[in-house]
Ligand binder design. Sequence first.
Ligand code: 7TS
Length: 405
Amino acid sequence: MMSLPRSEFPLLAASPRLVYLDSAATTQKPRVVLDAIRDFYENDNANPHRGAYELSVRATRRYHDARARVAAFLGVRDSDCLIFTRGTTESLNLVASSWGRANVGAGDEIVVTAAEHHANFVPWQQLALERTARLRICELEADGSIDLDRLRTLLGSRTRVVAFPYVSNVLGTIAPVREIVDLAHGVGAIAVCDGAQAAPHLSVCVDDLGVDFFAASGHKMLGPTGIGVLVGRRYLLDAMPPFMTGGDMIEFVEDDHSTWNRLPHKFEAGTPNAAGAVGLAAAADLLQRIGMDAVRTHERGLVNAAYQRLAAIEGVRIYGPAPEHRSGVLSFNVGDVHPHDLATILDSYHVCIRAGHHCAQPLMRRLGVSATARASFYVYNDDADVDALVNGVMAAREMFSRVGA
Ligand code: 7TS
């Protein structure tokens, strides 16, 4: 069972023995994405929005067409409300900086969860410090899920923002987005959804989720690096000051003041990453062709098999919920073996996993560890990859039990 054959991915095709299990960090790139980028540069490259000549018009058209296709993939009807950014980190910084500075004042409260990636934690923490607002952290259930009753107790008339991850990059836990949004809106707060680990793995319709802002990264969903999205509600984006200023985002620049271009340009200062957008659109089209339900089913099979088999190894501790409640991410530790040592040993078996704090130090503290090993699955993985992971972990355990003896 495989959603997409390895032969579609030049890097994987060139390294048949490589077992790539770090897709939560970044995904490998399919040929159609690489071809789309090359095709843009070879046939339509010019600076969008600037030239009056036919080539620039073509570049502009391709950039806009890319936006429409990515918007369709994410279930965003008003594609002007889909801003291209460098990725999730920039998208969330944009919201915290631009919306946050305009709307969060002294004594206001910002609610985040203990499951955040630093990209959806540090910008809010810094905003709170700057504004003498209060950052409140929603603690998690034992399995890492967000408890709505607990969240409810943190919300009140001073809550301005509820920020949360749709899917945890460490535990794979899937958040009850609509319920969180309802709670946030119930106290007049906005809901900011970090969708970096959701857009690549789940069928996401941003409009239906009801969130006020949604962020994702192209490189985690088969697209290139350096391109991502921020989707926002039009009335919020219209009212917000720009994030960066410069070319393309202005309407008029007078000597003493400026006025801003319409959406989405107001938030896309400077020459846009048109080739990146074209590549991301090709990735979105491909995922749409596979079908996100098929992607999810494929990953569930793999993560379930890996979970059962790793859990059966003595000394292995898996963090987070049961496999049926998680996306394709598995964080674990093996006895006292340091995750970095484990990753190094697995690498000697050509198995790539991530080890460390996964940019989620608040969560690591709550798990009582400084680091975990993490395997993450995607469309190009198959049962043989699970075998390689399990065999590698068993070999590492064996090696360390000998050293310890
Ligand atoms: N939010 C989540 C939930 C993430 O998993 C990541 C990246 C980000 C935000 C930031 O995305 P970026 O594209 O702007 O860097 N997560 C990981 C990871 O788990 N391992 O490497 C990067």
